[in-house]
Design a protein around this ligand. Sequence first.
Ligand SMILES: CC(C)(COP(=O)(O)OP(=O)(O)OC[C@H]1O[C@@H](n2cnc3c(N)ncnc32)[C@H](O)[C@@H]1OP(=O)(O)O)[C@@H](O)C(=O)NCCC(=O)NCCS
Length: 189
Amino acid sequence: MDHVNDDTMVTVDRAGLWDAEAISDVAAATFPLACPPGLATADIETYIDEALSDERFGDYLSDPNRTVLKAVSGGQIVGYTMLIAGEPTDPAVARAVDLRPVLEINKMYVLSGHHGSGVSTALMTAALNHARDNGYAGAWLGVNQDNARAQRFYAKRGFRTVGTRTFTVGATVCHDYLMQQALEPAESS
Ligand SMILES: CC(C)(COP(=O)(O)OP(=O)(O)OC[C@H]1O[C@@H](n2cnc3c(N)ncnc32)[C@H](O)[C@@H]1OP(=O)(O)O)[C@@H](O)C(=O)NCCC(=O)NCCS
């Protein structure tokens, strides 16, 4: 899988185990940008330690149900997305998301210096192509209810809000919107 956006010279490709440390660094730098104002720094740090460490990315990159895509610009990883196969396990998600089979876009994070540059569009295009190529009827994601920029980005890329869920960061329960979009089957050649 290789998607190149000529305007920004960003390349999106599947990440491997060797990328764990670099993606963990991008994850730690960008996760706070997705958090609601007022969320305690200690909660954010706990989440980064528990869910976004090198070791955790090593686990994610070794998991056959997960696909991590990296966006590379100027030789550096500047963004990533993580896709998860399988039936949603959260009952709130299973109720609201009504497309099957459905792929979760579990993380979509770009370094702030590359926002608005096409990196996120290249990542999303690659994620949705991966879903279509693998026969998914749709894709879903959760986004914090205060994260207006991400919600706008997802709406521009065809997602619509279908419900809500809670998502715990450290010791704090946060509130997400659930968004989904139906996908046309990939054209057979
Ligand atoms: C979410 C993310 C991947 C989107 O990528 P991006 O490059 O910023 O997206 P774009 O610039 O193409 O689109 C963002 C849109 O939100 C708009 N926007 C920016 N700030 C906004 C705000 N505070 N409120 C509402 N809209 C806002 C932009 O104007 C743009 O819309 P437009 O194209 O109609 O002008 C990126 O912002 C990011 O990595 N953010 C930090 C991590 C994060 O929040 N990830 C999502 C977790 S669910």
